[in-house]
Design a protein around this ligand. Sequence first.
Ligand code: NAP
Ligand code: SF4
Length: 691
Amino acid sequence: MSAQTPLGSSIPLRPTGSSTAQHFPRLFEPLELGRVTLPNRIIMGSMHLGLEEFDDGPARLAAFYRERAASGPALIITGGVSPNEAGRLTAKERPLTSEQDLARHRPITEAVHQAGGRIALQLLHAGRYAAHPGLVAPSPIQAPISPLTPRELTDADIERTIDDYAHAARLALQAGYDGVEIMGSEGYLINQFTAPVTNRRTDRWGGSLDNRLRFPTEIVRRVREACGEGFIIVTRVSMLDLVQGGSTVDEVIELARRVESAGTNLINTGIGWHEARVPTIAATVPRAAFAWVTKRLMGAISVPLIAANRINMPAEAEQVLEEGAAHLVSLARPFLADPEFVAKARAGTPWRINTCIACNQACLDHAFAGKPASCLVNPRAGRETELAIDPALTPRRIAVVGSGPAGLACATTAASRGHRVTLFEAAADLGGQLNLALKVPGKSEFRETLRYFTNRIHETETELRLGHRATPEDLADFDEVVIATGVTPRSPEIPGLDHPSVVSYVDVLRHGAAVGERVAILGAGGIGFDVADYLTDEHPAAPSDIGAFLAHWGVDPEQPDGFAATGPSPDVPRRSVIMLQRKDTKLGVGLGKTTGWIHRAELARRDVLMIPGAEYLSIDDAGLTVRAGEQVRTLEVDTIVLCTGQDPDRTLFDELAAAGREALLIGGAFIAGELDAKRAIEQGTKLGASL
Ligand code: NAP
Ligand code: SF4
């Protein structure tokens, strides 16, 4: 395999020349911060892992943070912890309110310090976003994303809440934290005070700008008072609310000035409230798309500013600093994807980084579903104590057949443990279904996953046999055979299915089959939505044009509140598309919690017609005839794309079984239903770690 195989990744597959930290000089410049010196400009941003509530949570979190600290970020910020009962996100969250709570935090701070790192506790009061009956807010206004109405805080409640922040920060100091981050963005309590849309108070906490900014300013002042000068205070400021009636840029600058005067050391960037209907971290957002927001504050205040959102590789991070958009960068999900992110950047080997592809599937979608967070491309994340990848006691010869996500993960994990692994792939290129995914608008980041695994194959000395369909004879001499041959598209039984207008999603995405102007898509799972997106998107290429992205979602950097006066730029769909499914439910309900709304909004803007409860009657020259409810109608379409699920491809497995050979099945070849890259990589990694 060539060292320079062009995969379309944003970075070379392997070194093209010298590789030293000089590639990222600004990222690795130390920063004086009061009494401490940060060794570089990379902050590991806050991620709630969902382990915090478990009895063994402290040990698991300690292991998680220890690995990340060892790589050398300037500062780690934990997931949010409430300073009191009312501010908890959920009823099961443990707030930080007394010395009895310290025992759960000390293992974490000790682990980070032993690894040579620094860690700050994030203090997060959810306000009206809390999902329990005790929720409170400055005004009793229900959030559009919550079924609950908050109780209005009294003046005494507000004073007590500020004291709770200071008390929790003091406890954090006792627990060994190097600082706190005061979470003032994403629409949580502090935002609910600062923005007029959620603060209708007429007392000293509402109305004028002075009054609305009093709450965050007082919190910072009292935290500084409680914790002294050596303690790091980061304030996360919502620099762009992206909700109607949110703060203006002048108000944001004024808030930054006040928290600076009150004693904050750093100001971090928050973009968009949770209820905002503009994507801010999804894969459709170009890398570093919101650095301009932080840049608006550069020069207006003296404390260092941290840029955030979709900065997932060292090159983008360096560019943000080089363009003078911020003094530091914050990356959260990229540290789930690769604990060694900083070490690999420092060594000048960014091609070794397992890149966060911004899918949200195993991190935020889990968090919002109340499940522990992990990572699609790194299933060890959050499972450091249970998924060990140790050297094999007895190295063996292992064959893995199929180089989709399951096969790639299994082969490289097993080989990294010292097994001699041969990976067979019938196609001319690696990746299996990953090659389909990366064609979909907003999913080009999958190229980085392919680049990462290609390097792992090289690093682990996995023998690769591309373009070779493995036979039982090829597999005769191996100690263990793993079948990861994937899936074949399912063909439903419809009269006329052999009509030339019928193609499968593989024909479209992989083989570039011709598709007419009028299209019916049968099946509305993840792939049906992806194909609809692909066929209607005006610009189905990689999302890299920040200006076009902002205009598409109606964001205008020139406007005080960031909203374009003319709204989102109009869509010109490339085709007329109808999506159908047999179930009588709304289409797309099973899509990811944090990204499904983006898919549905995009397709609605492109006038994609959705038909549930369809019975497919026939296909002929007139089009597709269906019964939906009482009505039978013929949809006059040029092309019918089958996205009707998959069946396991077990041809080789069955041949081996017939010859009396045992083999292990993983990925789609094991179970095709509900298969996605998350489950495939997890299953492959676990098997590779256990062989
Ligand atoms: P899927 O989610 O199972 O959807 C299959 C679709 O085909 C369903 O809409 C189903 O709806 C229909 N169908 C199933 N059997 C059929 C039959 N015999 N005749 C006619 N229609 C039939 O599968 P997928 O869309 O192929 O996706 C595969 C996996 O990849 C899924 O787990 C999916 O979550 C994952 N994926 C995820 C994403 C993402 O963005 N997170 C993107 C792409 C894929 P009816 O039975 O109601 O007709
Ligand atoms: Fe990034 Fe996806 Fe992993 Fe989350 S699950 S950290 S978005 S790659």
